[in-house]
Write a protein that binds this ligand. Structure first.
Ligand SMILES: Nc1ncnc2c1ncn2[C@@H]1O[C@H](COP(=O)(O)OP(=O)(O)O)[C@@H](O)[C@H]1O
Ligand SMILES: [Mg+2]
Length: 247
């Protein structure tokens, strides 16, 4: 059996979840260099809901991809708890990606030929969990997302909101402490967007997940985040408490 993580949000002290220092990601394109990230220093506390704002091309996805171990930085440091991602090999990065983070994308990125259950169960395969247990846990997660009756459906037989809830179930499968969401409601109508955002809020408040929400929607970021970091041309131009932050 997979045991659930009984994480308690620290009451009186902050625990740093991740920290970047002078983080850069440069892409060499022929004779020119795209400075997608150009010296980002930031800290995120455990249990925080951080909004990452910025116009298109400001470097939001690049930063999220580095945090998620999908790519290596050009320079700078990136620590998640006590691990330095800059020093990791590709294999170690992919282990980090499977164990420590769950990533949710705008376009859901589900495998179209697989059922909802199999999409979720697949991500547990690498953790060496036996098949029957993977399927049981996938069912439990889908049910907790209100998808009890949709387990054998393939992505094209699901609405956008349902597909995103499958993707969230998949992101939660290995019980990561950190959830990264890249424009998770970008393809959804406003009612469904609110449902998905409320789910993320519950995962933050009830389960203590640290959440980094990438969006270009300032109102959405202010409504759900505790703090907002704004990027422009690959650098941080502001880092402030969200206008609507309750705590
Ligand atoms: N793989 C890549 N190769 C070259 N340039 C890239 C690549 N990925 C992103 N970029 C460039 O880096 C900049 C930041 O992109 P991105 O992080 O996707 O921005 P955002 O998510 O804020 O819209 C953009 O100018 C983009 O064109
Ligand atoms: Mg992007």
């Amino acid at each position: 059996m997979i045991r659930s993580v009984n994480f308690q949000r620290p009451q009186n002290r902050f625990v740093t979840h991740l920290q970047t220092s002078d983080l850069r990601k440069h892409y060499v394109m022929g004779t020119s260099v795209v400075r997608a990230l150009d010296g980002v220093s930031m800290t995120v506390e455990q249990g925080e809901f951080l909004g990452l704002l910025g116009t298109s091309g400001s470097g939001k996805s690049t930063l999220l991809n580095l945090l998620g171990g999908l790519d290596h930085a050009t320079s700078g440091t990136l620590r998640i708890f006590d691990q330095d991602l800059a020093k990791m090999s590709r294999a170690e990065l992919s282990m980090h990606r499977r164990k420590n983070v769950g990533i949710i994308f705008q376009s859901f990125n589900l495998i179209s030929t697989m059922t909802a259950t199999d999409n979720v169960a697949l991500s547990m395969m690498f953790a060496g969990i036996p098949r029957a247990e993977r399927e049981r846990e996938a069912s439990r997660l889908l049910e907790s997302m209100g998808l009890g009756g949709r387990q054998k459906h393939r992505p094209k037989e699901l609405s956008g909101g349902e597909q995103q809830r499958v993707a969230i179930s998949r992101a939660l499968a290995n019980k990561p402490a950190l959830l990264l969401a890249d424009e998770p409601t970008g393809n959804l109508d406003s009612k469904t967007s609110k449902e998905i955002m409320d789910l993320l809020k519950a995962l933050n408040e009830r389960d203590g997940k640290t959440i980094i929400l990438v969006t270009h929607d300032a109102a959405l970021a202010h409504k759900y985040s505790h703090r907002i970091i704004t990027l422009m041309d690959g650098t941080v131009v502001s880092d402030a408490k969200a206008a609507d932050a309750q705590a």
